[in-house]
Design a protein around this ligand. Structure first.
Ligand SMILES: [Zn+2]
Length: 216
């Protein structure tokens, strides 16, 4: 029926990435996996703005190596890499490189993915979460999930105060803001639109995001 949304994600042209590249919608509060071959670009883009995106990267097809936040911090000497700098695997080899960022540059690599216990502790008995989104996306890709890595929390605003305390603040990302990565290996990328709606990080409600994999 014209104008009737099925709610099923389908490829579409997105002005948020490149004019010739079809982006895939990751619906709000869900996850999806993507295969990117070495050298391909991975764009993760806001649609409405203000949405945290949990990103996981595994080698493919053998997911025995994965993007490791803690190894990346040692390499870059920063809380988050700058454009041109790689994210390292748990074996300290580059797995993807940050090549462009049109957002305010506010991202997090300190906070664990939300999971069922996180929401239980906040008072919700059953709540969508990034850990289960990861598990579902990996199962659909036919790849065994052996470990839940600490995610790269794109667009997540976790300022470190002078006294060392952390704040979980609303994402400042705007509509159309995007991050572009280059795959340094053949990788399986899992993107989760963080379902967190009990804290202000997603500005009130989870939202759709766009992902595109393309040859540069
Ligand atoms: Zn989450």
């Amino acid at each position: 029926m014209p104008g009737c949304s099925t709610g099923i994600a389908k490829p579409r042209q997105s002005p948020l990435v490149e004019p010739s590249v079809a982006a895939t919608i990751v619906p709000a509060a869900t996850g999806k996996s993507f295969v990117a071959r070495a050298g391909q670009h991975i764009a993760v883009a806001q649609r409405d703005g203000g949405q945290v995106v949990d990103l996981f990267v595994f080698t493919y097809p053998e997911a025995d190596e994965y993007l490791s936040a803690q190894h990346t911090r040692v390499s870059s000497g920063r809380l988050f890499p700058r454009a041109g700098e790689p994210f390292l695997s748990n074996r300290r080899t580059p797995i993807v490189t940050l090549i462009a960022d049109s957002s305010p540059g506010v991202h997090d690599m300190l906070i664990a993915a939300c999971d069922p216990m996180r929401y239980q502790l906040l008072g919700a008995s059953a709540h969508p979460n990034c850990e289960q989104n990861l598990a579902t996306a990996m199962r659909e890709a036919g790849v065994e999930l052996r470990v839940v890595p600490q995610p790269v929390n794109l667009f997540m605003n976790v300022p470190v105060r002078p006294d060392g305390s952390l704040e979980l603040a609303p994402s400042p990302a705007g509509p159309g803001d995007r991050v572009v990565l280059r795959a340094e290996r053949d990788v399986l990328v899992v993107v989760s639109s963080c379902p967190q709606d009990m804290l202000p990080i997603n500005n009130g409600a989870p939202k759709d995001v766009d992902v595109a994999i393309y040859d540069p």
